[in-house]
Design a protein around this ligand. Structure first.
Ligand SMILES: C[S@@+](CC[C@H](N)C(=O)[O-])C[C@H]1O[C@@H](n2cnc3c(N)ncnc32)[C@H](O)[C@@H]1O
Length: 190
């Protein structure tokens, strides 16, 4: 899975951007993560965790943040100092087969920066087996928006259906009328 070049450049040298990203701290996502995971997930893998935006709020559990960017993880580790149960590792999350030891796997604001966001989600569902997944995808009509790929929502829904996933909840995270970011919580329908 190949990330967009422009996004890769940003993640390799993110220091000027981290404060701006923090200002876009997504309250709705945080509330959703807390209400869906607390009490259900004691081992959480945050794939493409970046600078660790959600480590604090999820540190009630064992939290494992994985990212390919050494620079992003440097900030995450600095911030995570003092948080018990928080660990980080450098990893290409799309080229890794997990040992299925997680209660929840998160892919937040990562898929939309890959060349094929739907395939990125599919790889995670296949390679990181867990009872609960939470991911965000940019959906709508536009083609490309600030280092992101926008996909038709029906493609995401079809892929979830084909993979045997059951949607627990969706949350629209705003933007404008032509596209929006959606957060999906899904589980395996057995
Ligand atoms: C837009 S940031 C989102 C960070 C975090 N999830 C958040 O919401 O704040 C995307 C992150 O995904 C990471 N990423 C992209 N492709 C990846 C891959 N193949 N393996 C691991 N991390 C990846 C980038 O390095 C970057 O830190």
């Amino acid at each position: 899975m190949k990330a967009l070049d422009t996004a890769m450049e940003l993640w390799a040298d993110p220091d000027d951007m981290i404060a701006a990203w923090d200002n876009m701290q997504d309250k709705a996502t945080m509330e959703c993560l807390v209400s869906c995971l607390v009490g259900r997930a004691n081992r959480i893998a945050d794939l493409g965790c970046g600078a660790g935006r959600y480590a604090d709020v999820l540190s009630y559990s064992r939290y494992y943040g994985f990212d390919q960017s050494v620079a992003m993880l440097r900030t995450a580790r600095m911030r995570g100092r003092g948080l018990a149960g928080v660990e980080y590792a450098v990893l290409d999350v799309f080229a890794y087969m997990s040992d299925n030891s997680y209660d929840a796997v998160l892919l937040l604001d990562v898929a939309q920066h890959q060349s094929d966001p739907v395939e990125a989600v599919r790889l995670v569902l296949n390679n990181w087996n867990a009872p609960i997944y939470v991911f965000t995808v940019l959906v709508g009509g536009a083609e490309v928006l600030h280092n992101s790929v926008v996909v038709p929502e029906e493609n995401v829904l079809r892929m979830l259906f084909d993979s045997g996933m059951k949607i627990l909840y969706t949350l629209q995270l705003g933007m404008d009328e032509s596209f929006c970011s959606k957060l999906y919580g899904v589980t395996r329908s057995v």
